[in-house]
Design a protein around this ligand. Structure first.
Ligand SMILES: NC(=O)c1ccc[n+]([C@@H]2O[C@H](COP(=O)([O-])OP(=O)(O)OC[C@H]3O[C@@H](n4cnc5c(N)ncnc54)[C@H](O)[C@@H]3O)[C@@H](O)[C@H]2O)c1
Ligand SMILES: O=C(O)C[C@H](O)C(=O)O
Length: 361
């Protein structure tokens, strides 16, 4: 039997590559002759570059860029032929913000990362967006590329309400002739009820009573730069970093679809008997763009059953099936909180071994 193993990361405990390996280890214990095809996934957020490197090969170029609060952080550019892939979470991810203030956090480092890809000679740069700890409308990135204005562009959203002029000429020149694709985990617009701030601000530590002011700062930015683009899908990804890329002429695609196509997931699903996906918390709250649902869609198109293994399962079985996942299995339910967190790889292997009893025949 052939099993396609295509999980996302389990945020905080396992990378997608580690999760895929743990699932394969457990499955093999139950079905030693199973053929396991490992395809760790990402939606554009954390893990994007690792997963593409595992799937596509290519060369990693190490760089140091400014983190969200200004401290230097390591990041990398993945070169594959003429293309380059960068992951903005490496420069401004939520894991780098800690307890820091998102209102002071900047995407400047993501701009430095983009520049490193330009300087490496890439003619097509794919920028992964998601899991950010920033909400600055991507102005930090624009500043790193040479954009100027009459207020600080690299100091978070607060300064933006004072902006009366914005010149993007130099930033656009820096990327002239380079095709940019934004691969985003979510498709929210920049502002408003479904915009970056109101939807994702609270999980970055933005207080309820600051949401209106910060959203207004991004709205002010949109008024100066380009209101139409602020309404485009994905403008609100990664705290508005999607918007900055659209201002530079980028096209936008869902990250999960880009990664799936890059690693040939549809063909691999068609060659499998069963597809296994997973993530840390299998929930409903943010299903658009999430890896398990993207993988389930691909499995369904190939007429293959899809099951999910997760740290926690927070979706009812009826909803889950409606989304194309046959069954979902929970680590915490099998081994309890302590082991799920203390030995995530071992626990996930045990869960996969159990699931292979049902699905490995
Ligand atoms: N946060 C959003 O609103 C949102 C929206 C759309 C897409 N996304 C994308 O979805 C991806 C996943 O985001 P996420 O933050 O939901 O990650 P996730 O699904 O991995 O969930 C993280 C949670 O999983 C649980 N978990 C992780 N390891 C566990 C273990 N070993 N045992 C038990 N529980 C465990 C924990 O509760 C943890 O908080 C990111 O790449 C992000 O870009 C996020
Ligand atoms: O990944 C998320 O939390 C959603 C969004 O793309 C962000 O980074 O703010």
């Amino acid at each position: 039997m052939r099993v396609l193993v295509a999980p996302d990361k389990f945020a905080g405990t396992l990378t997608a590559v580690q999760a895929a390996e743990a699932i394969a280890t457990g499955w093999r214990r139950r079905v030693p002759d199973a053929e396991l095809d490992l395809a760790p996934m990402s939606d554009g957020g954390p893990g994007f570059v690792d997963v593409l490197h595992a799937g596509l090969g290519g060369d990693l170029l190490g760089v140091t860029v400014r983190g969200p609060l200004g401290d230097p952080v390591p990041a990398s550019v993945l070169r594959v032929g003429e293309a380059a892939y960068v992951e903005t979470a490496q420069a401004c991810g939520r894991h780098l913000l800690g307890d820091g203030d998102v209102e002071a956090a900047s995407t400047y480092g993501a701009g430095e990362l983009l520049l490193a890809a330009v300087d490496a000679g890439a003619t097509h740069i794919v920028v992964g967006l998601g899991g950010s700890g920033t909400n600055d409308g991507g102005t930090g990135l624009l500043a790193a590329l040479g954009a100027t204005g009459d207020a600080a562009l690299d100091a978070g959203p607060a300064a933006l309400s004072g902006l009366t002029t914005l010149d993007l000429g130099r930033a656009r020149d820096r990327v002239a002739g380079v095709r940019i694709t934004a691969a985003s985990d979510v498709d929210n617009p920049l502002t408003g009820l479904f915009g970056a701030t109101r939807t994702y601000g609270p999980q970055k530590g933005l207080a309820e009573d600051r949401l209106v002011a910060v959203d207004a700062a991004l709205e002010h930015l949109a008024g100066l730069a380009d209101r139409r683009l602020s309404l485009e899908k994905g403008a609100g990804a990664a705290g508005g970093l999607g918007y900055a890329l659209l201002l530079l002429g980028a096209d936008r695609v869902p990250g999960i679809g880009l990664v799936a196509d890059a690693v040939g997931l549809p063909g691999r699903a068609a060659r499998a008997d069963v597809v296994v996906t997973g993530e840390g918390a299998f929930d409903f709250s943010s299903r658009s763009g999430k890896v398990p649902y993207g993988v389930a869609e691909i499995a369904a198109a190939a007429l293959r059953p899809c099951v999910a293994l997760a740290g926690q399962v927070l979706v009812g079985s009826r909803e889950m099936r409606a989304l194309g996942v046959e069954s979902a299995y929970s680590l915490v339910e099998l081994v309890g909180e302590e082991r799920a967190w203390g030995d995530p790889a071992g626990a996930l292997a045990d869960l996969a071994e159990r699931v292979a009893r049902t699905w490995g025949r």
